[in-house]
Design a binder for this molecule. Sequence first.
Ligand SMILES: NC(=O)c1ccc[n+]([C@@H]2O[C@H](COP(=O)([O-])OP(=O)(O)OC[C@H]3O[C@@H](n4cnc5c(N)ncnc54)[C@H](O)[C@@H]3O)[C@@H](O)[C@H]2O)c1
Ligand SMILES: [Zn+2]
Ligand SMILES: [Zn+2]
Length: 361
Amino acid sequence: MPQQVRGVVAHSKGKPVSLETITIPDPGPGEALVQVQACGVCHTDLHYREGGINDEFPFLLGHEAAGIVESVGEGVTDVVPGDFVILNWRAVDGTCRACRRGEPWYCFSTHNATRKMTLASGQELSPALGIGAFAEKTLVHSGQCTKVNPAVAPEVAGLLGCGVMAGIGAAINTGGVGRGDSIAVIGCGGVGDAAIAGAKLAGASTIIAVDTDHRKLRWATEFGATHTINARENDVVEAVKALTGGNGANVVIDAVGRPETFTQAFYARDLAGTAVLVGVPTPEMTIDLPLIDVFGRGGAVKSSWYGDCLPSRDFPMLVDLHLQGRLPLEKFVTETVGLDDVEAAFAKMHSGEVLRSVVVM
Ligand SMILES: NC(=O)c1ccc[n+]([C@@H]2O[C@H](COP(=O)([O-])OP(=O)(O)OC[C@H]3O[C@@H](n4cnc5c(N)ncnc54)[C@H](O)[C@@H]3O)[C@@H](O)[C@H]2O)c1
Ligand SMILES: [Zn+2]
Ligand SMILES: [Zn+2]
């Protein structure tokens, strides 16, 4: 029987979101219906609402979630009703050309539910990142459900489903940060602070936080930043060099995703260093770099999709580290809010008042 629940919908570009009754079909083959317990508000949700991702409105927003599997469709064996799961947007197919090369974290053909959730009018919803979890329940592919230790609180576990995983992975998986490295992180929101926490876990010895907001810089030190730079008051490239023996950092992560921050990341690297773009730019943004600098500075310029994570490998491991007190996920949660507070949470994200607002059902 299709079910009716409440969910947060973005109807058109730039318009405030609204809480709507949505209809969820029973799970089809390979699918799972999940009771959402908590879902973080990520900047990518705001990108969707602003039309920065694509034009497939209406969107059912929300994608950093944890919950309990309620029912599963035909042929599902990896999860059963009652399992506590973090939802992921990388349900690898195992057969695409990336998977066949042994690089499933790039999977080019990830699974999503094929049955559609709809508005009361019957209009089909586009779930953000194939998830749509600012809703009491959501329908996903069973591969999007990653089982983790249920001892973890849902409001922190869900964050691993997107921003925190993207940040940790940008440092550890994409940037390859290791013991003794220097790293700079530009943009200390949820994603940037997760990159800082990841660099600390990996043993980096110099961790430089860069932001335009003093409050964000103060929070960044709680995740492990050893130095901070206010980008409004300093030349970021010169300041990073000054903190790294005049050379630049081994790895610089752009967790903002704008031409100016990417250019800073490019030049704040040491020779042969790595620049990682994890912030998501909008389609009209361009950069103009002297090609001789791309050659002459060497190293690597990489993008980090979802922190190059493999949910089945990384989510349970990071939950375990959190439960052992080695990854302070709770520090990302500035506030917990209700389903009707998402628009207010966007405003707080915009003004820099929060690291993460987490919707708790
Ligand atoms: N690659 C991925 O898989 C992935 C996953 C999740 C989120 N993201 C993206 O990562 C980015 C960050 O997300 P978030 O949730 O942390 O956002 P956020 O809004 O919480 O954080 C952004 C931070 O950047 C700072 N900032 C803005 N302009 C700056 C500048 N010029 N210099 C320095 N700091 C600046 C802000 O003060 C803020 O602290 C977004 O673009 C989001 O879409 C990417
Ligand atoms: Zn694949
Ligand atoms: Zn996200």
